[in-house]
Design a protein around this ligand. Structure first.
Ligand SMILES: O=P(O)(O)OC[C@H]1O[C@H](OP(=O)(O)OP(=O)(O)O)[C@H](O)[C@@H]1O
Ligand SMILES: O=c1[nH]c(=O)c2nc[nH]c2[nH]1
Ligand SMILES: [Mg+2]
Length: 167
């Protein structure tokens, strides 16, 4: 374990798994929108929410997709959450009928900020840690607070030396 990191465990998510888990999220959301079960639009929280949002939009046939950009982490340390790009104001209103999607909720600060802006939106993430779980309306898998989730877009396959490597 690396002492500099506050996270004891790692949860490694493959492309295949994020695809399956995002489809599971779509399945949970299907038919639960306020307009005859439908949602007006999806708003992805960039960047992590982009891949799950695309998969949910495909599964639920939601063609209106916008983004909100919230930046709060640098590597594994958290800073102040800031909105650096907003979705179209006339689309959003108070968030009614809008599905806000992110890859995960950790402390909940990112969703808290977006919730303040769009209190009637529905908040959905693929993964949730306990501290942030109250901020999410729908999620698929819970992981413990001391787990760092590694996503496939942050990873690359690379050669590792065998334990008994040649010197
Ligand atoms: O619940 P919180 O403690 O606020 O953390 C969750 C947020 O942190 C990560 O995004 P990040 O700010 O690292 O930006 P990124 O999506 O561009 O990687 C993640 O994608 C969530 O959006
Ligand atoms: O890739 C990530 N994994 C995490 O567990 C996490 N928590 C906040 N932000 C995160 N980003
Ligand atoms: Mg993010």
């Amino acid at each position: 374990m690396n002492d500099r990191l506050p996270h004891e465990k790692g949860f490694h998510v493959s492309w295949d798994q994020i695809h399956r888990d995002s489809r599971a999220l779509a399945w949970r959301l299907d038919g639960h929108g306020p307009d005859d079960g439908n949602w007006r639009a999806i708003v992805a929280i960039t960047r992590g929410g982009l891949v799950p949002a695309m998969i949910v939009s495909r599964e639920l046939d939601i063609r209106v997709v916008d983004t909100i950009s919230v930046k709060s982490y640098s590597h594994q340390s958290r800073g102040e959450a800031k909105v650096t790009k907003s979705p179209q104001a006339d689309l959003m209103g108070d968030g009614e009928g809008i599905l806000v999607i992110d890859d995960l909720v950790d402390t909940g600060k990112t969703l808290e900020l977006v919730h303040k802006l769009y209190p009637k939106a529905h908040f959905a993430t693929v993964y949730a840690k306990p501290s942030g779980r109250p901020m999410v309306n729908t999620y698929v898998t819970e992981v413990s607070q001391d787990t760092w989730i590694f996503f496939p877009w942050d990873m690359a396959l690379q050669y590792v030396q065998p334990y008994r490597g040649a010197d």
